[in-house]
Design a protein around this ligand. Sequence first.
Ligand code: F3S
Length: 775
Amino acid sequence: TSNIPSYKPDIESRTPPYPKLLKRLQEVRRVLGSSRPLTLAEKILYSHLDNPEEALLSNTDNGRNIRGNANLKLKPDRVAMQDASAQMALLQFMTCNLSSTAVPASIHCDHMIVGERGANVDLPESIKGNQEVFDFLESAAKKYGIEFWPPGAGIIHQTVLENYAAPGLMMLGTDSHTPNAGGLGAIAIGVGGADAVDALVDAPWELKAPRILGVRLEGQLSGWTSPKDVILALAGKLTVRGGTGFIIEYHGPGVDSLSCTGMSTICNMGAEVGATTSIFPFSTRHIPYLDSTHRSSIAVQAQTIASTPSITNLLQSDDGAEYDELITIDLSTLEPHVNGPFTPDLSTPLSQFSKAVKSNKWPESVSAGLIGSCTNSSYQDMTRAEDLVKQAAAVGLTPAVDFFITPGSEQIRATLDRDSTLSTFEEAGGVVLANACGPCIGMWRRTDGIAKGDNNAIFTSYNRNFRGRNDGNPETMNFLASPEIVTAMSYAGRTTFNPLTDSIKTPSGAEFRFSPPSGVELPISGFAEGNPAFLPSSAAPNPSTKIVVSPTSDRLAFLEPFSPFPAHELKGLRVLYKVAGKCTTDTISAAGPWLKYKGHLPNISANTLIGAVNAATGETNVAYDIDGSASGIPELAQKWKDKNIEWLVVAEDNYGEGSAREHAALQPRYLGGRVILVKSFARIHETNLKKQGVVPLTFAKGEDYDLIDACDEVSTVGLYDMLQNGGKGEVRLLVKKQKTGEEFVIKTKHTLSEDQCGFILAGSALNLLAKRKSS
Ligand code: F3S
């Protein structure tokens, strides 16, 4: 319980390279003219350009139209990887034969830990079950000089916030909630493993310059409303597509009323509206957080920079900076929200929720409440929930349903343990799970009798609520809310309950109503360090470390390079499947039990598109071959691969929304997919497809989706020329109907840059990278 930490992190590698960034900012000012006001996101992003002049002036009407047009080639400061995605990133990195990573990097073992009976049982069992993968990651980390956070150390985004996020930093993370670090003033972008490899090998990482969506915060939060409600309400306004192509930049007088961790919760869930990332400006609320997490020197440097005139102030936007869109939220009048089921943008103010339950015939009883996760496990979140638990305990109440708590890191767990918050939860019957993703990523083995197919409602303080995500049951409705609302709902056991106005009967028959929760922003006696075994390994590379992958392993397999694009148009492709409705990365590459095959491409490919709905029949994962025989989608893909029939998938809007999971691009490629043709793409997934050599095309006219069906034959017209011309030129598709033999041409659009055309031609980005390194 000592307040003097023994852990001495390597502060130098954790401090953003401020002198270099400030110099770059000057260069950006010179290129764009010093009087031009810039937003905060622009300042940080453009200060990380490999070559500001080239990026900001070409393709941008001489710098006037940068956003949405410029191709930014960026040099991020740092990379973070979670265990599931790190496997493939490292397998790819290894093929480049470098002795260490070019930028500081970290690995976090959090996605493969089960949540069932509590941390003490679940963690050792999960380690045992995944030993070979953790050993692989640890040995690769040692060899290449990557900080390795072992299983139990915490969830990537919480650990990054506590250790690596910093004002002005730019980092990539192989997980879609990487923008969590924007709460501490960083530009943090969720990417696939192949993008992370770009940064790890010092190749510039490319991004179409995002537009900036300003969110002005006014007033201040009070009572039951929490930072989570800011993003829940915003998700309702923007929808899952509304942030696509944007960085969300928060500003205004309400910012300083939020805690640093509250800002991170808001940025975390910017992923749910498709935003490239989200960011808060440097705020006085960041200083105590940096101080309490061993980073006072960063706080001092950030304060110095933030107090300079706007011309050199990297950490705040300039006066008069313009946003492409602007939304104002008054924190003083904001009420708690509940989002779901099945999509994070179905947002209902709490006061309307019971009406919505009745009119939509959602279940009226709650089956479980789960708080914590990377989104909401700060000291403030947990102490506010604790306050409610104490209020209820004082009148003899315990939660009416199973109540689970997931701390985001060992640091937060140990601190909550020391300060008796966890024992308060446990005395009430709550189960404290491991410091890991657990139920948030399908690793929840339920013991409450709810079987697959049972319609039921859970409340979570997590960020994502697609079907089947938590317990593998597509009928579980996950309603997203703040930890406070989830806690209150767990006591009531009724979805129609509104803790602001309704009461619960106590064992003595009296009516009890919760008072608004109150919590503590940061622990008064500082953060506890916790179990030293959970601290990271040193980051010095050790080239003699051997990386072992057994040739008989079903979990890990070294990668075989994909073959290059043929020197001609694609002929005789077949439509493998026409998808109706939502097609997320969970749909394309399911998580849960499949996570264990993340490092073994042939094995994980057996889950390809198994969640996709057949547009012709309404069936899920039922594909029909040319002769009419039915099978699962991956089985048909494999059958066609064996016969050398290459294929495409046709789908609707926001294809690949959800996560940065690059397997959703690798698997179709491995099974012979050449083209994905959709009404629109989610940004990260579209980039991932290009990196793996799959051509992402969108319909020039969305209604052409109706013209094309499964098993139709498709040939490209103009694709090969366009690729050779660095993205210039039109691509059309010649479609031959399988049923009638009728032929017609449809127009498509693409967003391939010159470099990305190179990826496709070489077979994958990695092939191109390896070719450049060896030449
Ligand atoms: Fe893990 Fe869920 Fe966050 S999977 S990283 S806790 S979104």
